[in-house]
Structures are given as C-alpha cells and as structure tokens.
Design a protein around this ligand. Structure first.
Ligand SMILES: [Zn+2]
Ligand SMILES: [Zn+2]
Length: 360
C-alpha cells in the first residue's frame, strides 16, 4: 500500500476526525459520479477518496495505516463484508442506490437492519362542524368516508376463499430479506422488508379475486364519533383504527376528526368559562333585584345586590362549559351593564327631579 490517504483527502496527517470527515464529504460531493457521467478520471478519484476515507475514518485502520503505511486490515474479512479495496467491479454509472443509505450504513445510521412494516393504513383527517349546544351536551355523529376498507371477500387476509396462507418462500417467513449490494466500500449487507410478503412472512396460496390479494378495497364506511361535552372549537379527536385499512391484514390507520364549533352570540367562551353581559335599569342596580340569566345549561335566576356597579362581574359557579372527560364545569361570569334612560316620561322625569331634591 503506497497511496497517501492524507494527500488524497487533502488533509494534514494531524487532521482531526472532524476535519477528515469534512474533507471527505466535500470531495465525495465534488467527485460524485452522478455529476460526471463517463468521466473515468473523476470516477477513479472518487474511488480513491472513498478508499482513503474508509481507512482514515476508522480508528483501528487509521492506526495500522499510520504505523505500517499499509492497511491489511483484520476485521474486514472477505465473505463477511467483501474485500477491502474491492472496487474493481464497481461501475458508478450503474449505481442507482441512495447514497444516504450507504453513508448511514457506514456512519452509524439506523436505516440498515430495520424491519419496518409498510402495510399500515394511512391516517385520515376529516372536519365537521357542530352547533354550540352540541359542544355543551356532547353528541355522537356518524361520518361517512370513502376510503380503503377491509376486503369483505377475504376479511383482509388477501387469500381466495379456501386458500390458506403459506410461508413466504422469498424470506422463509421472517418478513425480511438480506440484500447485499456492492458499494464504494465493498459489499454492504442490509436487512430489508421482504417485497413479496411485505414483511408479513406469509402469503396467500391463492390471492383473493376481489382485492387481488391486497386485503383491502376502495369503498365507503360510516364511523361513529363520540364528541365529548365541552369540546372546543378547533380540537381534534383521534378515532383509533378508523382510518385507511392496512394492506395484507396490516394495522388500520387512525381517523382524525377536527371539530369546528359554531359560535353562539349569547355566549363568549373562554377556556371552560363562559362570559355574558346583563343590562340593568338604574333603579334595579341601585335597589337590587333578581334577574334571569341565560347560561349554557338553561336559565338561572340570580340576585343582583343593591348598589351593583356598572362593569361589576358576577360569578355563577359551575354554570360554564363542561370540562372534557370530567364531571366538572367551568364558571359563567356575567358583566353588569347599567342602562341610563335616554327618554323619560313626564312622570319619570318628575320622580328623578324629586329624588334629586331629596338628595341635595
Ligand atoms: Zn416474505
Ligand atoms: Zn380480498
């Protein structure tokens, strides 16, 4: 091994791990075969850069290289990861893989080896509008959806009637296959989801005619949604498992229901509390009275104490909105407005005059 890996990456021998990585990333971007189709010189350089980085980014190999000027690295045994430096058969123009995958596989990414199911149905979102009164009481609504539903013929198994599920030949029932790909660094082995059974490990012996084996078909369904008392405008409910049906018997997605609550001009909602205004005559504010207040739960009669001031706020405890998923209620606050009469009858005017004289 006579190549100077440091020179290839354009770094000092004393370069830090981060510097090496940075230099490598820059060069591999510049020299990437996608940018230089057919340029053999760039291609060779690209391989060299990768070869250099392969060694210098690995503490053990780097140490061996620094000490012996060679890197006949144990731990990189042929048959396990392919021979190091085995770029001979690599043809960048035929490389259609995602570079991210390779980088991840080498640099501690998590994309390799994962067994992730792609059979789960998608989450659906709908929006409904309810009147204010239903937000107070709570309500059950039926929502009709056109979506992927479980195939009625096979019940989601994807098998034709009478046909049984058999172990997937492709993956031997594990749902995952090991894909070996030739890369810049040698061979990479990755565990990926089996394409044939989509990770299920089993396939129908004879696929269902209705869904062509997918286990679901496009159709409509009605979902019952229980909207709890006290729901606020803009809140979203999640109905588990009522979204799109999964493929091949996979888990269904969820249904998200965004609730719009119509406003009621009698009430102003503030969290779990309700605010409203009451207009009082001067005499009632001065002498006190009883008034009927409309609350979200119906009419409440309240005492207005003598000497009530304009702008004063009266509290009706527990007469506000129900608090979702509890038996408690918010409060209702009434702001007092006092109406000064603009027009007085002759008699009223006389009485006010008399009052004034009495007071002075
Ligand atoms: Zn399989
Ligand atoms: Zn079917």
């Amino acid at each position: 091994m006579t190549k100077d890996f440091y020179a290839i990456l354009g770094v000092q021998k004393s370069a830090s791990e981060a510097e090496i990585k940075q230099a490598y990333r820059k060069l591999s971007r510049e020299l990437h075969p996608d940018k230089h189709k057919g340029d053999k010189e760039k291609e060779a350089k690209f391989k060299e850069v990768n070869e250099a980085y392969e060694v210098l980014s690995d503490a053990k190999k780097k140490e061996a290289y620094d000490r012996f000027g060679s890197a006949d690295f144990s731990g990189f045994r042929p048959g396990q990861g392919g021979g190091f430096g085995g770029f001979s058969g690599f043809d960048p123009s035929s490389f259609d893989g995602d570079f991210g995958d390779i980088f991840d596989a080498f640099f501690g990414g998590t994309r390799s080896g994962g067994k992730r199911s792609d059979t789960r149905g998608r989450t659906l979102e709908v929006e409904i509008t309810i009147p204010f009164s239903e937000a107070v009481r709570g309500v059950e609504r039926e929502i009709s959806l056109k979506t992927e539903i479980l195939c009625a013929s096979c019940g989601g198994t994807g098998s034709a009637e009478g046909s049984k599920l058999v172990t997937c030949v492709e993956c031997g029932g594990t749902g995952a296959v090991t894909r070996t790909s030739r890369s810049l660094f040698g061979m990479i082995r990755q565990s990926v989801i089996c394409e044939t059974c989509r990770g299920a490990g089993k396939v129908p012996e004879k696929p269902c005619n209705t869904c062509k084996g997918e286990g679901r078909t496009t159709g409509s369904k009605t979902v019952k949604v229980r909207i709890p008392a006290g729901i606020d405008d803009g809140q979203t409910l999640r109905v588990t498992g009522e979204g799109e049906a999964g493929k091949h018997g996979g888990t269904s997605g969820d249904l998200l229901v965004r609730i719009n609550v119509e406003s009621d001009k009698r009430f102003e909602r503030e969290g779990d509390d309700i605010r409203s205004t009451v207009s009082l005559r001067v005499v009632d504010a001065v002498l006190g009275t009883k008034v009927d207040i409309e609350t979200v739960h119906g009419t409440s009669t309240i005492d207005i104490p003598a000497g009530t001031q304009p702008g004063q706020v009266l509290r009706l405890k527990g007469k506000g909105m129900p608090i979702v998923n509890s038996s408690r209620m918010g409060d209702h606050f009434v702001t007092v407005d006092i109406v000064i009469p603009v027009k007085l009858s002759r008699e009223e005017k006389r009485l006010f005059e008399e009052l004034r004289q009495q007071l002075s």
